[in-house]
Design a protein around this ligand. Structure first.
Ligand code: TXA
Ligand code: MG
Length: 329
């Protein structure tokens, strides 16, 4: 298949919308990561998304809307908490899980009775959705298992020749995927942490919101997270990743020592230290992909604190490292 490369001109965004409306697959930027879009109400188009990504079919997709009133098309749930969250955080990187209306095909929701919905902040994303005139199912636009794409070139690397078009826009400013919160129980639960933290959500709702406990425990055999995506191998570069945690100076010393040791064995080694949690969020996936391009064998990363945005980045970093984290004494 020949993949069309589109820009963010009004004309190209209209073409992208038209393609989506006719059941085609189009990748496009959002503020978090690039998404691979399809008409959420078209089961054939949605099936093709799983095929293009090599994604397990029980891993549901997020449905993206461009206008607040479109929420009613997808769910009858309209609790006070949902209204508070959508009024405060939309458009933006927050995805809510609610009970799905029957018009949403089961392929879109991975067979579940619930659906994930988000209204992105990115104007390019919202224009494409508006021009498509349908709700857009869009998982991250990477091959399943690879780090999410935060640049147009990442999407081209993974999906060129497999989908109908790629809209290449600005690099994604957030860099990690949206916060996912389950709103179907009386107590909302954060299933996937993101740039919007549980502390911010708790403040808006006026009560303490927990994380799904699977977020901070290493998956075991009977791992059954509420968010099916959390159980799959994810964010993995080809290189081996090891994380080091402890006092800054001691960690830095250790990173250099480990690098020297590995280089004696002719390994190509990269040391990664981020300046802040938000920079780590923005750059983590890019760094992992860059290392693969340069054929790095071993990536040694300095851990972030497990609080706020740092916790959200560590959730991805740990999985890219296969939970290989070493305490530096
Ligand atoms: O920032 C984002 O959310 C990006 C951009 C493109 O919007 N999208 C994204 O989609 O990250 P994806 O498919 O890579 O991640 C969706 C996550 C998965 O972990 C999936 O299991 C979970 O949301 N999810 C989707 N529907 C769900 C549902 N009904 N119940 C529980 N979890 C759900
Ligand atoms: Mg993904």
């Amino acid at each position: 298949m020949k993949t069309r490369i589109l820009n963010t001109t009004e004309e190209d965004l209209k073409i992208a919308g038209k393609l989506l409306n006719s059941g085609k697959l189009v990748a496009f930027p959002t503020e978090t990561v690039y998404g691979l879009g399809a008409d959420a109400l078209n089961s054939t188009a949605c099936k093709n998304v799983y095929i293009a990504k090599g994604r397990p079919v029980d891993n549901p997709m997020i449905v993206h809307i461009a206008r607040m009133e479109d929420l009613k098309l997808l769910t009858d749930d309209m609790t006070e908490d949902i209204t508070k969250l959508t009024n405060h955080f939309w458009p933006g990187p927050l995805t809510i899980i609610v009970n799905a209306k029957d018009i949403i095909p089961k392929v879109t929701t991975g067979g579940l009775d619930t659906v994930a919905i988000r209204m992105p902040e990115s104007l390019v994303a919202r224009k494409i959705i508006e021009y498509s005139n349908c709700p857009i199912a869009a998982p991250s636009a990477n091959l399943s298992g690879k780090p999410s794409p935060t640049k147009g070139s990442h999407v081209i690397d993974d999906l060129d020749g497999k989908i109908d078009a790629i809209v290449v826009g600005d690099d994604c400013k957030v860099g990690i995927e949206s916060t996912v919160i389950d709103m179907t129980d009386s107590v909302p639960v954060v299933l996937r942490p993101g740039i919007i933290t549980k502390e911010e959500i708790s403040k808006v709702l006026g009560k303490d919101i927990p994380y799904d406990k699977n977020l901070y425990e290493k998956p075991s055999g009977d791992f059954k997270p509420k968010s099916p995506g959390m159980k799959y191998k994810h964010y993995s570069p080809d290189a081996k990743v090891v994380i080091f945690k402890g006092e800054k100076e001691k960690v830095e010393e250790r990173l250099i020592k480990e690098k020297e040791e590995a280089e004696k064995n002719n390994l190509k080694v990269e040391i990664v230290e981020f300046e802040s949690d938000t920079i780590a969020a923005r750059d983590l996936f890019k760094v992992l992909r860059d290392c693969d391009k340069r054929k790095v064998d071993l990536i040694l990363i300095s851990s972030l604190e497990f609080t706020g945005v740092g916790f959200s980045v560590m959730n991805r970093m740990l999985r890219s490292a296969g939970y290989n984290i070493i305490d530096v004494e």
